[in-house]
Design a protein around this ligand. Structure first.
Ligand code: PSU
Ligand code: MN
Length: 297
């Protein structure tokens, strides 16, 4: 079912460090044509840090782990590419469609391949007003059920972060702040919520990851939350979020379209600031994931 790129196949065979990268961020999270440029740069960052990048996507029904540059170009330029979560995988592959994979689907596929490191921007979680909409990302259940070490910059700030943290606690998904005791806020350094645990080196994180099997708590993800260095202006962030949420409501945006709609709203209204931060966090998270992968050897 899975096709590996030559580089990823070799790395897995040699048991050398591999970092999974998701594709929804490329196709539904960043504007074209910048998305392709960023995707290529992120792969280079992983390579420079001593690991092999494994971008995951489905092309014409084939699940790929590791994309060649022409395949990356194809998905980045495809305006009609689907957004696949775990439940979509068998359908999309059988029907020979193309799709980018979310955090949930990427984690699932990476785990199938025995890849334990994964870098993304911000996790999905509980949406605002979820008590009415019931909109909760499938990322949460995937994190509860998939042994993957995921480096991110917290949950997306478009979400109800408080509720997302409560759900992660219920689902027994551990969170480590990287050099911080604050849960990062995606576009913002600090979401306003404290974290109980932190780690300050890739080596310390690798040690915790390994220790999980000793106490049999290795069935879930381990979240490493890495805050952005230079955050978006808070007032600008809050204003765009307020306007975007109202726009999404009047436009009747629901389901899997909500997150891409709001991210696009940010990118179109922040004069490049949300894009700058989104790119910065993806790069920093990819670098840290590669360092942890190297430390795990
Ligand atoms: N992080 C980003 N940009 C993104 C995403 C994460 O910086 O576009 C994607 C991930 O694929 C994540 C998805 O799984 O957004 C969440 O979508 P939803 O809320 O529909 O579950
Ligand atoms: Mn949703």
């Amino acid at each position: 079912m899975i096709k590996y790129s030559a580089a990823v196949a070799r790395a897995l065979k040699d048991k050398s460090p591999v970092v999974a990268l998701e594709s929804t961020i490329i196709t539904h999270g960043l504007p074209r044509p910048k998305n392709l440029e960023v995707a290529l740069e992120v792969e280079q960052i992983v390579t420079d840090a001593g690991a092999t990048p494994a971008t995951i996507a489905i092309i014409d029904g084939q699940i790929h782990i590791g994309l060649e540059p022409d395949q990356l170009t194809q998905i980045a330029n495809d305006e009609n590419i689907l957004k696949a979560s775990i439940r979509d995988l068998a359908i999309i592959s059988t029907q020979k469609k193309s799709a980018a994979t979310t955090v949930a689907a990427t984690s699932h596929i990476a785990n199938l391949a025995g890849i334990s490191l994964f870098a993304t921007g911000g996790l999905g979680g509980v949406h605002r007003e979820a008590w009415q909409s019931w909109d909760e990302s499938a990322d949460l259940l995937a994190l509860a059920n998939t042994p993957i070490l995921i480096v991110c910059s917290g949950a997306k700030s478009i979400l109800d972060v408080s509720a997302t943290l409560e759900r992660l606690e219920t689902l027994s998904v551990p969170i480590l702040g990287y050099k911080t005791n604050k849960f990062p806020g995606f576009y913002l350094t600090d979401s306003g919520f404290d974290l109980e645990h932190r780690a300050d080196t890739p080596q310390d994180i690798a040690q915790i990851w390994k220790a999980r099997s000793d106490v049999e708590t290795n069935n879930s993800a381990l979240i490493v939350a890495n805050p952005v260095g230079n955050q978006m202006d808070k007032a600008l962030h809050d204003q765009i979020l307020f306007d975007g949420l109202a726009k999404a409501k009047t436009a009747g945006i629901i389901g899997k379209a909500v997150t891409p709609f709001l991210l696009e709203y940010f990118h179109s209204n922040s004069k490049g600031e949300s894009l700058r931060v989104n790119v910065e966090i993806i790069k920093a998270n990819a670098a840290l994931a590669a360092q942890i992968a190297v430390a795990l050897r």
